[in-house]
Design a protein around this ligand. Sequence first.
Ligand code: GLY
Length: 373
Amino acid sequence: METDERMARYRSALEFAERQVANLIERHADFFPIYTRGGKWRHEGELWTDWTGGFLAGMMWQFHRRTGDAVWRERAEHYSRLLEHRQFDRNVHDLGFIFLNTYGPWYRLTGDERLRQVLIQAGRTLALRFRERGRYLCSFVGPESLFIDIMMNVPIIFLAANETDDSTLRDIATAHCRTTRDRIVRPDGSTAHEGLFDTDTGEFLRESTHQGLAPDSAWARGLAWSLYGYDQCFALTGNEEFLEVSERNARYWIDHLPADHVPYWDFRADRTQPPPWGAQRESSAGAIAACGLLDLATHARDPALAATCRSTALAMLDALVDPEYLAVQTPGWEGILKHGVYHTAKNLGVDESVMWGEYFFVEALTKVVVDGR
Ligand code: GLY
C-alpha cells in the first residue's frame, strides 16, 4: 500500500475509534468494560479479573497526543483519576496495564511529582508479588503461578527502579524476566501461557494454560505480551538479554503468521476445525504485536529483522483497518475492532471487541501517524 493511502486509512480508523470511545463514555459514564457481548459493552458477563481500566483511559491519552484536543485531556485525566486507588491493589498482577498507559503519559506531559509517586507506588506494589523461592512475580491465580502476561507489567517495576534508583526493585524485575525466559519462553521463540512452581522449594514443575489451547501450545496473545514486554524491558534497562528474547519471539511470530497477517488465537490451533477452538482469529493479539514490532524495529540488532518487524507490523495494521476487522461498517457494534478473544475456555468475549485490543490498535496506529514509525 502506498504511504499516503496508508496514512489516510490509519487516520480515518483513529477518527472512528474516537467516535466509538466518545459514544461509550456518553452512554455509560465512568464504566470500565472489558469485552463486548454481541458487540455491546454493557452486560452481566463475568470479568474473571479486573485488569483493563488503563486501556480505556489510555486511549483517551493517545487521542489527546494525536489531536491536542483539550476535551480528550480532560476525559483522560478524569478516567485516570478513577484508577488511582489501584496503585495499592495487591490482588492483581496487572498494575503495568493500569498505570503505564495512564499515569505514564500524564506524568510525561506534566512532570508532576504527585503523578510520579503514583507510578512508583504501583511498581512497588507489583514487586510485592515476588516469590524468592522460584524468583518470579506470581499471577493473581496463586503463589504457584507465573503468567506470560506479567511480562507486559514488569516495565512498571523497572520504571519505579529507575525513578528511585532502588536496586532491590531492579533485581526483582530482572529476576522475573530471567525466570520467565528460562521457564516459559521456548528456544523456538514461542511461549507457554503459565508456569507452575512448587511453592515450598521454588522448583519449576510444568507449563500450563488458562486461555490458550493447551499447556504446550502457543497462545497468540501470550506471545504478543512477551514480544512487546521484553522489548519494553530492554528499552528501560539497556539489557540485551531482554532484547534477545523479544527478537526470538518476533521471529516466531513473523514465521507463523497467516498470509493475511491476522493471527489465529493460538498458533497451534487446528485451523481445519471451526471456531472457537479451531480457526478463530484474535485481532487483539495482532494489535499488541504490531506495537511491539514497531518498537522492536528501532532496537533489533539485525537490520534485516528490524526491516521485517516494521513491514510485518504495517501489514498487520493494514489488515486490521479493513472493515472485516474495523467495526466501521457494522451498524450497532459498539467496539472498534472485531474478532478479538478474551477467554475461550470460559466462553468470555469470544469473537468480540476486547478493551486491550482497542487500546493497542489505537497505540499502534498512533505510533505510525504521529511518530512516523
Ligand atoms: N489476562 C490477560 C489476558 O487476557 O491477556
